[in-house]
Design a binder for this molecule. Sequence first.
Ligand code: PLP
Length: 427
Amino acid sequence: MGVIDLFGKSSSLCVERPKPSINCCSFEGKPRRSKSTFMVPPASSSSAAAVPVKEDGQQESVRSLTGDSFIRPHLRQLSAYQPILPFEVLSTRLGRKPEDIVKLDANENPYGPPPEVFEALGSMRFPYIYPDPESRRLRAALAEDSGVEAEHILVGCGADELIDLIMRCVLEPGDKILDCPPTFTMYEFDAAVNAALVVKVPRNPDFSLDVKRIFEVVEQEKPKCIFLTSPNNPDGSIIDDETLLKILGLPVLVVLDEAYIEFAGIESKMKWVKKYENLIVLRTFSKRAALAGLRVGYGAFPLSIIEFLWRAKQPYNVSVAAELAACAALQNPVYLENVKVALVQERERLFKLLKEVPFLNPYPSYSNFILCEVTSGRDAKKLKEDLAKTGVMIRHYSNKELAGYVRVSVGKPEHTDALMESLKGLY
Ligand SMILES: Cc1ncc(COP(=O)(O)O)c(C=O)c1O
């Protein structure tokens, strides 16, 4: 996942409210079915030329237009996206082969997918045909996997796509979302892209939700939806049922992101969408099935909501390869379970070892990563850089809430050993 720095220009609680746009076309987000298309006058009518030619002054003003003047005003305020370095670039920069890099910075699953995935991709028959816009095979397999009927399930190009799609369907420019940082930064990023305002209720010092404040802010600010993450990225804490039920009683759409639920030892709340009209549950193949590179996420939705997501989604959002791979991964639940058990066991070993490091204070985690406070006057950014020189990548944060923290993904036992070896070289 790329690193989004939203704290550059707009560190305040909201993104800027959009001003009236200079381009007057109304875009309603439904390009193929839109009734808002307009007719171009025939060439014989007054002005068919692309550039006005009537007066010198006018021509001059067109020439002096810069491309950014066409960009929607709220997007001009957006801080630049900071992509992570592609793996190959990183490997060249570090002077190491990709397989020699201990990559513990993006919560990827180092075991890779089950062998069935490689077999399915190797024998793919119809890559030249567009994929099924309804991902029928995969949704049927997911229904079996989750116990939730396929009609409640929609698949996306990663959970990331579904977060954006939900916002595009739910939010008018100027609507508010409630965000509980520190958490996954894509909620804030997509809100900014969708011209929504972000109201923040920071988590308690132990990273639990500040439920009392959430209630107050919902009453005062009337956000349209709240994004909750369980387990939460970056600290790995989970939301208990009692808290979730309380929040579901509020008049907001609750988007529960369960990207890491498999590592938590608790059941997914996917089935709850049949009971709660204001609940959406998001999941992904990136972590559980090690398919981060193929981009497959999915969500469970109440029927009254999913119908509109179907209308607004890109028809071919899940590629042939992505659907094949996800279906093949679900054919080997034993492999998926064994990998999960290995990662959870390794998380416990890693936690104990990190606790012994004199300048780290790790937080207990229900996920495949561990957040550590960097103590004893050490600098978190420098720690990340020093480890990178030894070929060990961990995550450091540039936003002020997490400036003194690093996050370490759980890898294979040999990755833990390499990390500990490198850390020892720093005491
Ligand atoms: C909490 C959370 N949700 C969603 C995602 C994105 O999932 P996907 O890879 O399916 O887009 C991530 C990725 O790191 C995440 O941490």
